[in-house]
Design a protein around this ligand. Structure first.
Ligand code: ZN
Ligand code: ZN
Length: 141
């Protein structure tokens, strides 16, 4: 089901964030499955609807959404920050062939870690790299 603008608006209000049209548009862009755009891609996307929007405004809007935990930042491959509208627990798989990033389900509570007693863990990220299903099949033909 595609997330409607009205639904996104309610999510923003629930998080105490003013539902400006930029914020709604960014969340809409990030609600598509397996979408992990860079800040620049989000900016290009917003330009379609708001030809006068500045890069600064878009970056600031992204920061507001990050601070409200409505989106999260991921850094996968080449230290390039990407943004993710799926804030539930999931891992990221980057295909080294088509460069796409896929979400996958992961239960981080089952991960065995040692040596971090008395450490305060603030975030956990799982990144896998390899070849996606489609690219694997293509290479076998
Ligand atoms: Zn691929
Ligand atoms: Zn994701």
């Amino acid at each position: 089901m595609k997330t409607t603008r009205e639904h996104i608006k309610n999510i923003l209000i629930d998080h105490g964030v003013q539902p400006s049209s930029y914020r709604i548009r960014i969340l809409e862009c990030l609600s598509e499955p397996n979408k992990h755009p860079t800040a620049d891609e989000i900016y290009q996307h917003l330009l379609e609807d708001f030809p006068t929007v500045s890069k600064m405004t878009v970056y600031n809007t992204i920061d507001v959404l990050l601070e409200s935990s409505l989106i999260r930042k991921i850094t996968i491959g080449h230290n390039e920050a990407r943004y993710d509208g799926a804030i539930s627990e999931h891992g990221h798989f980057k295909c080294q062939v088509c460069q796409q990033i896929f979400n996958f389900e992961v239960d981080l509570s089952l991960m065995k870690v040692a040596g971090l007693n008395h450490f305060k863990v603030e975030s956990k990220d799982v990144y896998f790299y390899g070849t996606c299903e489609e690219c694997t099949q293509k290479s076998m033909k």
